[in-house]
Design a protein around this ligand. Structure first.
Ligand SMILES: Cc1cc2nc3c(=O)[nH]c(=O)nc-3n(C[C@H](O)[C@H](O)[C@H](O)COP(=O)(O)OP(=O)(O)OC[C@H]3O[C@@H](n4cnc5c(N)ncnc54)[C@H](O)[C@@H]3O)c2cc1C
Ligand code: SF4
Ligand code: SF4
Length: 383
């Protein structure tokens, strides 16, 4: 991220939204709306004095709602750029931040700005979001205090996480027993009146096993159980990783979790039909339960970019074998999880492929098409 931010030919526009794209003679006119930060970017030195002075505390979305942030804040410890952002929805306009700022960078009167960019090609990399907690009503997400999403657990395990260690939210106790519910939003259309996601999220099996192993390292005495339908350890070395987790004593229970309720001490109780015990229904009490939610696209590009999406909403790739990053619109490419759930290595490989396809498209559209083949993939297929 830092390398990109400091690259002389890469410009990162934060707080920005692409609102319209017009095509004209093989180029694109991109209309961007930049939301105000209420902080003058060129004057802010990222000292955070405004943040310390602000009296307003709100749940921190970056920490999965577990920690708190101020109404003016640097979004997270390695955010780029390292400058403050004022959340106008929660600000009381008390003026404490402006008084604390050593460079007079706060500007409560900033207005949105419109920027028009002239570009030769576009790569869509808008990624994923998780299915909302309320969708998994029967798992108690969003209601039971010690049932959290895997993204929140990522933050608990992070060195700069909300508590600095793994604690359960209801009472700050170190958990002795943690349960993971896989496919808690994916491969299940029964969730919330048929709005569940039918496809596999592809990364949940492996990130849950990864988290379980990290938890075992952080809390050596913790008992961890993964409830799963089947483990999809599809990638290089993944099966070995899964077997290592079993060998470390992490328990795997095959079955479908029916519901999660809590007892008087806020301990989640997982009710499951255990397929390896003749389908007998069992109840397992944990200190903490982590849900692996479904994965859906973060953004629908069809209205703004005019490119097609599949029935799942992810960007459609028209020739997946020949041009894996090509979309239905010439000159617009897709990379990463915006085209379908995938892990980081696959997203990075695809980003490289999209960059090559975009570079070839640019060269061709600049009039060099006679000497340079249209796309790298065609070149490879030809060879
Ligand atoms: C809990 C969890 C744990 C995971 N752990 C691992 C792991 O250990 N290893 C691994 O390989 N993978 C892991 N993954 C998968 C990993 O998160 C994805 O592979 C990766 O995030 C995909 O990268 P991406 O850049 O394609 O999309 P994203 O990371 O989703 O990035 C997309 C970006 O686009 C921005 N965006 C979206 N819409 C717009 C818009 N309209 N305008 C401007 N910006 C927009 C978003 O804000 C976001 O910053 C995990 C996933 C989850 C949910
Ligand atoms: S003006 Fe708003 S952001 Fe600044 S200190 Fe007061 S509440 Fe916080
Ligand atoms: S707005 Fe002012 S006080 Fe806040 S981080 Fe920037 S320079 Fe520091």
């Amino acid at each position: 991220m830092a390398a990109a931010a400091h690259h002389p030919r890469i410009k990162i526009m934060t707080c920005s939204q692409v609102v319209a794209v017009e095509e004209a003679s093989s180029r694109f006119e991109v209309h961007v709306r930049q939301q105000p930060r209420y902080v003058i970017a060129d004057d802010c030195i990222g000292c955070r004095k405004c943040e310390y002075a602000c009296p307003v505390l709100v749940p921190h979305d970056f920490e999965g709602g577990l920690g708190a942030r101020k109404a003016i804040y640097v979004p997270f410890s390695n955010a780029l750029p390292q400058i403050a952002l004022l959340d106008v929805e929660n600000c009381t306009f008390c003026g404490a931040c402006a008084r604390a700022c050593p460079t007079n960078a706060i500007d409560y009167l900033q207005e949105p700005e419109s920027v028009v960019l002239d570009v030769g090609t576009i790569i869509v990399a808008t990624g994923i979001r998780l299915t909302p907690a309320e969708q998994a009503e029967r798992y108690g997400a969003g209601k039971l205090r010690n049932v959290m999403s895997a993204l929140a657990m990522e933050r608990l395990l992070a060195p700069h996480g909300p508590y600095g260690r793994v604690l359960r939210p209801s009472d700050g106790r170190i958990p002795d027993s943690v349960g993971y519910v896989l496919c808690a939003g994916s491969r299940d259309q029964s969730l919330k009146q048929g709005e569940g996601v039918s496809w596999c999220s592809r990364v949940c099996c492996m990130y849950s096993i990864k988290q379980a192993m990290l938890l075992s390292g952080t809390l050596p005495l913790v008992m961890i159980t993964l409830y799963y339908m089947d483990i999809r350890a599809f990638g290089k070395g993944f099966e070995q990783f899964y077997q290592n987790a079993r060998a470390m004593g992490i328990e795997f229970v095959k079955g479908r979790v029916a519901s999660i309720e809590e007892d008087a001490d806020a301990n989640p109780i997982v009710r499951i039909e255990d397929l390896e015990k003749d389908g007998r229904v069992g109840e397992h009490r944990h200190d903490l339960v982590v849900l692996a939610p479904g994965i859906v696209p973060a953004w629908d590009p069809s209205r703004v970019l005019g490119i097609a999406t599949g029935s799942d909403g992810f960007v459609a790739t028209t020739r997946p074998l020949l041009s894996p990053c090509g979309t239905t619109q010439e000159g617009i490419f897709v990379a990463g999880a915006g085209a379908g759930p995938k892990d980081i290595p696959d997203s990075i490989v695809e980003a490289g492929a999209a960059a090559m396809e975009a570079a070839n498209y640019l060269r061709a559209s600049c009039g060099e098409s006679r000497s340079i083949p249209k796309s790298l993939t065609q070149q490879l297929v030809g060879a």
